[in-house]
Design a protein around this ligand. Structure first.
Ligand code: NAG
Ligand code: NAG
Ligand code: NAG
Ligand code: NAG
Ligand code: NAG
Ligand code: NAG
Ligand code: NAG
Ligand code: NAG
Length: 607
């Protein structure tokens, strides 16, 4: 009896449970949940991830707000595929095998805010696919195989704020592809195959504030690449292995606060393209083979706070490099080839908070003393610098130096010119002259030569500095004369040494003295030295001399010849006797005319 009641009681409970369960089910009937999906009525979410669906499942609740269809096998989306889901605000179709979306596929989703179609196989997005998505804010079409973006693809997306379109094979963006995206703030075109910046298309995006490109196949960024993007604040261009230069006006029209150009092939700092970016606060030029930051070239970037140039080829940051940058507080140059970083590089080293110079072959001499002095309160980003030279401190970490040992370390020895043997050279015009200069000191001094006008001489030109620091004056000219100065300087001081050069002009030492008639008019003399003349004084003189000599020679030869000729004729005669037969005698007596022959001659006197 008792057992029976117990069984009945249990049955009763089971029935009550079943009833209760059916009540719950009944409450859920308006919320049908496709097989395999996980549905949550509280957050109105349907999660059909990883269900092997070949198409969008039927019987989705019309109240549904979040629909997750990721990791299925959906291949196509038909026209008005989701038209009943008017409440939907988040739709995720990523990680399917979609290769076709018909136009108006999303028509009716007037509340949709987020649409993700990443990691599918889309090659093309037909115009009209996104029509009706008037409230959409985020669109992710990254990691597809999209080749071109056609005109008006995003026409209806007036509320769209962000597009993720990275890692496609984009080769072309049509000029009006972005028409209608009046609210777009952020565009990511990562990992695309574009060979040029789609300037015209971008010009439609007047509200854009962040733009990111990755893998552009460019060698140079042309002038006005980003015009009409006056609201853009953040630009990232990365992984462009061929990008070697930025044209002078490439960033013209932009007013950026953050600029990143990294993993490219820039070998010089793009001073000119940047100089108008007076609101720039963050600059990242990491992973470019940049070797120098020159002095005083970034001074227009008044508000710059951070510079990152990691993993480049930096050999030197010149004194004054950050002059004028009063707000500069972070320098990140780890992984370069810097031997030092002088305090003079900074506008005010007191403002510097973070310094990353680890991974550089640092020479721990007086130039880095300022870093050691600040070693306890500068933020090294967890990587304090380490000495590479000199040997006695090699491998030591800056933080670990004690105050007591510092005086003997981090020292320098002033530059000193070694061989001070006087060098006074006098040469004729046209000769080549060499002057020597060598110096020692610690750190190794740099040597410059100054002209008599105190202008630094460069390694090129007629008067130039050789790689071994000698000064070569080729084809010396009169105006090269004067005192040249070799200046050796290092962090501890400088030393200088003067040499003298006197060049004799050709006209000065020969023609003027020997042959005044051949020298140039005195009034123009100095200017002639500079003017190219068809033939110089020397040639002229030689030509004239040769001509004169040959004339004299001919005359002499002529006289000699006449002399010998006259000698060959014996004594000089002063009279000449000429015989003749008078006409009358021959005519009257032909036989006995012999007597009269004597009378048939006359003698003349030669003068
Ligand atoms: C949806 O389901 C997948 C697989 O079960 C799970 O990994 C994911 O976290 C779920 N998503 C949400 C929003 O619950
Ligand atoms: C895009 O670039 C990648 C890598 O350079 C290359 O493998 C791919 O074939 C390119 N695609 C197109 C369509 O050019
Ligand atoms: C870019 O513009 C500057 C200044 O107008 C001009 O000097 C330069 O030649 C231009 N560069 C190119 C590649 O057109
Ligand atoms: C990078 O630029 C250098 C010259 O500055 C050039 O020799 C080199 O080939 C370039 N690298 C690439 C990947 O284009
Ligand atoms: C440039 O940007 C700064 C900071 O974002 C802003 O204050 C300034 O007004 C902008 N200038 C122009 C000309 O748009
Ligand atoms: C310096 O740059 C490297 C590489 O970009 C980065 O990982 C690191 O966080 C930066 N350090 C600081 C202090 O910003
Ligand atoms: C420097 O180089 C030049 C040319 O290479 C050479 O003639 C000269 O002797 C060198 N000077 C020294 C000091 O080695
Ligand atoms: C050499 O040092 C003096 C003072 O020590 C300085 O006035 C001068 O400008 C320096 N010259 C050079 C070329 O560095």
């Amino acid at each position: 009896m008792f057992v029976e009641t117990l069984v009945q009681w249990w049955l009763c409970r089971v029935i009550i449970y079943i009833l209760a369960a059916s009540v719950v089910l009944a409450a859920d009937t308006s919320w049908s949940c496709p097989l395999c999906c996980r549905c949550s009525s509280e957050v109105l979410e349907v999660n059909c991830s990883r269900c092997q669906f070949p198409t969008v499942p039927d019987g989705l609740s019309t109240d549904c707000q979040l629909l997750n269809l990721t990791y299925n096998k959906i291949k196509t989306l038909e026209r008005q595929q989701f038209s009943s889901l008017t409440q939907l605000w988040d739709l995720d179709l990523s990680d399917n095998i979609l290769n076709m979306i018909e136009a108006e596929a999303f028509l009716g989703l007037q509340n949709l805010l987020t649409l993700r179609i990443a990691r599918n196989r889309l090659k093309i997005i037909p115009v009209g696919v996104f029509s009706g998505l008037t409230r959409l804010r985020l669109l992710d079409i990254s990691q597809n195989e999209i080749l071109v973006l056609l005109d008006f693809t995003f026409r209806d997306l007036a509320a769209l704020q962000r597009i993720e379109a990275g890692e496609n094979d984009l080769v072309y963006v049509s000029q009006r592809a972005f028409t209608g995206l009046s609210s777009l703030q952020e565009l990511h075109l990562d990992h695309c195959n574009l060979t040029s910046v789609p300037t015209e298309a971008l010009a439609q995006l007047s509200g854009l504030t962040r733009l990111r490109f990755r893998q552009l196949g460019l060698t140079t960024l042309p002038n006005n690449s980003f015009r009409c993007l006056g609201r853009l604040r953040e630009l990232v261009v990365s992984h462009c292995p061929w990008l070697e230069t930025l044209a002078e006006n490439s960033l013209f029209g932009l007013n950026l606060t953050s600029l990143t150009i990294c993993h490219c092939n820039l070998s010089t700092m793009p001073y000119t393209p940047l100089h108008h970016l007076v609101y720039l606060r963050y600059l990242d030029l990491s992973f470019n083979p940049i070797t120098y930051i020159q002095g005083n070239r970034l001074r227009e970037l008044l508000r710059l706070e951070e510079l990152h140039l990691v993993g480049g080829g930096l050999l030197r940051i010149e004194p004054g490099a950050f002059r004028g940058l009063a707000r500069f507080r972070l320098l990140n140059v780890s992984g370069n080839l810097l031997a030092t970083l002088e305090e003079k590089a900074f506008h005010s080293v007191g403002n510097l908070e973070t310094l990353r110079i680890d991974g550089n072959p640092l020479a721990c001499d007086c130039r880095l003393l300022w870093v050691v002095h600040r070693r306890l309160y500068l933020d090294f980003g967890g990587r304090p610098p380490v000495c590479t030279a000199p040997v006695q401190v090699q491998g030591r970490v800056f933080r670990d130096f004690s105050e007591a040992e510092l005086p003997g370390l981090f020292t320098c020895r002033q530059a000193r010119i070694l061989n001070r043997k006087p060098q006074q050279v006098r040469v004729d015009e046209g000769h080549t002259v060499l002057f020597y200069c060598s110096a020692d000191g610690d750190p190794k001094p740099s040597i410059i030569w100054l002209s008599p006008q105190s202008i630094p001489l460069s390694p090129t030109g007629r008067i130039h500095v050789l790689p071994n620091n000698s000064l070569e004056v080729r084809y010396a000219q009169v105006q090269d004369s004067g005192a040249y100065r070799c200046v050796a300087s290092n962090a501890a001081g400088n030393d200088s040494f003067a040499v003298g050069l006197q060049v004799w002009g050709f006209s000065q030492n020969h023609s003027r003295r020997l042959h005044p008639a051949l020298s140039f008019p005195a009034g123009n003399g100095s200017s002639h030295a500079h003017q190219p003349f068809p033939f110089d004084a020397k040639t002229l003189l030689i030509a004239v001399t040769l001509g004169f000599l040959s004339f004299i020679g001919s005359v002499v030869i002529c006289f000699i010849f006449m002399f010998f000729w006259s000698q060959g004729k014996g004594q000089i005669k002063h009279t000449a006797t000429i015989d003749f037969v008078p006409r009358s005698t021959i005519a009257s007596n032909g036989a006995g005319g012999g007597n009269r022959v004597e009378s048939g001659r006359f003698t003349m006197k030669l003068i």
